[in-house]
Design a binder for this molecule. Structure first.
Ligand SMILES: [Zn+2]
Ligand SMILES: [Zn+2]
Length: 305
């Protein structure tokens, strides 16, 4: 389910969590959505929902529906175009907003993604901006896949706790961070190979954590590789690959691990298992986990209102 809120000025239909109209930038005065309401939390992690998750597996047809629902978050029919800055800023508005990092929170990064916002460093050269936006947008879409899968399985609308749950899930351990970072680098490399400067943040995670389990790293990379195909599928509705007739060898061979792509069933099983296990963790530790999600809710409120 993806219900929408209508702009009073231009009548465009916006996502339920949007605060500004994607079409005319009018404020949607969507303050109701950005409220911390613990009743919503207890309803989400209820016994009924835990039982639904136990009983209803994720199927490949429902997963296809989920991906198409994400494409349809952008209600405009577009012809895929080359990913220039104006094209990107237009097509991603229904998903995320881009702004400069005026507080200079991460001076060493070209860009970063936080709670449905993409931040660009003021010193990022303009010719690096498109690929930076694509990298951060891929982080957002990986998050969106998690959110939409939970919404689909539990047949529920998006709410702040679902968003915060997805935020927690994608960063809950180093292996998911690795999968998450692989997805973003791979998608960035796919669309603009000539501006790609390597799997840098992924390699940094691997170097900073040399105690990680090799087999688990390989599984994380393989999972990330399968999800990157889905993010590319979503984005190809809007943007075209630059220089797609030039042969390109992926720099993912510099990561130093073999990457086996999962088949569809393995990917869906892995996604379902991660969601199920994480959900179960919250279900079994409801009281202890509430402050953590409340804190993420506060970040969503801070970044979006
Ligand atoms: Zn509007
Ligand atoms: Zn990243």
């Amino acid at each position: 389910m993806n219900s929408t809120i209508e702009c009073r000025k231009c009548h465009s239909k916006n996502s339920i969590n949007a605060t500004l109209c994607y079409n005319c930038d009018e404020s949607l005065q969507n303050y109701n959505y950005y409220k911390n309401d613990f009743k919503v939390y207890y309803k989400l992690f209820s016994k009924e929902n835990m039982e639904i998750l136990e009983k209803i597996p994720l199927t490949d047809t429902s997963y296809d529906t989920i991906l198409n629902n994400i494409v349809n978050i952008n209600p405009e029919i577009t012809i895929p175009a080359y990913p220039t800055i104006p094209v990107l800023l237009k097509i991603i508005k229904p998903y995320v907003r881009v702004q400069y990092d005026s507080e200079n929170k991460h001076p060493n990064f070209l860009s970063f993604y936080s709670f449905n916002k993409i931040f660009l460093n003021r010193t990022t050269p303009s010719n690096m901006i498109p690929s930076s936006i694509i990298h951060e947008l891929a982080h957002h879409l990986f998050n969106e896949i998690i959110k939409q899968t939970i919404m689909h399985l539990l047949n529920t609308e998006k709410n702040l706790y679902i968003e915060s749950f997805a935020w927690y899930l994608t960063l809950q351990n180093k292996y998911l961070e690795i999968a998450n970072e692989y997805v973003s680098h791979k998608v960035q490399e796919y669309f603009i190979p000539e501006k790609f400067n390597g799997y840098t943040s992924l390699i940094k995670i691997l170097m900073d954590n040399d105690d990680l389990d090799t087999k688990k790293i390989e599984t994380a990379l393989s999972f990330g590789s399968s999800i990157s195909d889905d993010v590319i599928f979503i984005l190809e509705h809007f943007i075209k690959q630059v220089n797609n007739n030039m042969p390109h060898i992926s720099q993912d061979n510099t990561i130093g691990y073999p990457i086996y792509k999962f088949n569809t069933q393995q990917k869906i099983d892995a996604l379902y298992t991660i969601i199920y296990k994480t959900f179960e963790l919250f279900y079994k530790n409801k009281k202890d986990m509430l402050p953590l999600l409340d804190q993420f809710n506060q970040s969503y409120i801070y970044y979006n209102i």
